[in-house]
Design a protein around this ligand. Structure first.
Ligand SMILES: C[S@@+](CC[C@H](N)C(=O)[O-])C[C@H]1O[C@@H](n2cnc3c(N)ncnc32)[C@H](O)[C@@H]1O
Length: 230
């Protein structure tokens, strides 16, 4: 009952541009951008990726999952930090997943690193498989119901006391927020909408306890990096 009330509170307090996940559109858009997407990472995401790696506590020998790898820049960092462990990745876009796999196999031929095209809402792994899960800039693209579903899936595949690290688009800059809102209204399948301010509630709802919370800015682009324990 309390959970239901909380869900309703979260739902009613976000003016939602994505009442449903538009996964087919999102897959098409990101599939087309797979060859160029690394520029966006280079200019806007790499600082947050560095911070997420540090915060995640990933170290060699772990079983690590990255959810929504994009073109594989964070995945590259994870495999590098975990050469003797297992690093798995997934992305909705087959082109993004293929690119991530190709780059990892080329750069780290001896590491166990696999990336496949999978929808994050339905993780194809057993309960309690991973020591760490990382996901950067994904949740903005999911409906509120699917954010809860995806976090619940992430929780399910985490080992007891393992952690999830999430990178979100920051909402602490008024002008940026207005521009993002405009971009999101024009191409929702690519931009989604900002949800960072509600993340604490979403995590609490899934019984994930926040350990670290950090804000970074690269160029003009704000990000929030949150690590939570199961
Ligand atoms: C904004 S990009 C972020 C990529 C990468 N994580 C980064 O930090 O640069 C969002 C990614 O999420 C993927 N994505 C969107 N919906 C997804 C879903 N339901 N399951 C898995 N991946 C999804 C897209 O294909 C895209 O590659």
């Amino acid at each position: 009952m309390q959970n239901l009330l909380k869900q309703q509170t979260i739902a009613s307090s976000i003016e939602d541009r994505l009442p449903v996940t538009i996964a087919a559109h999102t897959r098409r858009v990101y599939d087309r951008l797979a060859s160029f997407y690394h520029f966006s990472t280079m200019f806007f995401h790499s600082k947050a990726h560095r911070c997420a790696l540090e915060q995640s506590g990933v170290c060699d020998g772990m079983r690590v999952l990255e959810v929504a790898t994009g073109s594989g820049e964070m995945f590259h960092r994870l495999v590098k930090a975990n050469p003797k462990g297992a690093t798995l990745g997934l992305d909705l876009s087959p082109n993004m997943a293929a690119r991530t796999q190709h780059r990892a196999s080329k750069r780290f031929p001896d590491a166990f690193a696999r990336c496949q095209a999978v929808d994050a809402r339905y993780l194809p792994f057993r309960d309690e498989t991973f020591d760490a899960v990382i996901s950067c800039y994904l949740l903005e693209l999911l409906s509120q119901e699917d954010i809860a579903r995806t976090l619940s899936e992430i929780r399910r595949v985490l080992r007891p006391r393992a952690t999830v690290t999430l990178v979100l688009i920051g909402q602490n800059t008024e002008v940026f927020n207005r521009l993002y809102d405009l971009a999101g209204s024009l191409v929702p399948a690519f931009w989604g909408r900002q949800i960072e301010e509600k993340m604490t509630d979403f995590l609490e709802e899934q019984n994930l306890r926040i350990l670290n919370d950090c804000v970074v800015r690269q160029t003009f682009y704000p990000s929030r990096v949150l690590t939570a324990r199961k």
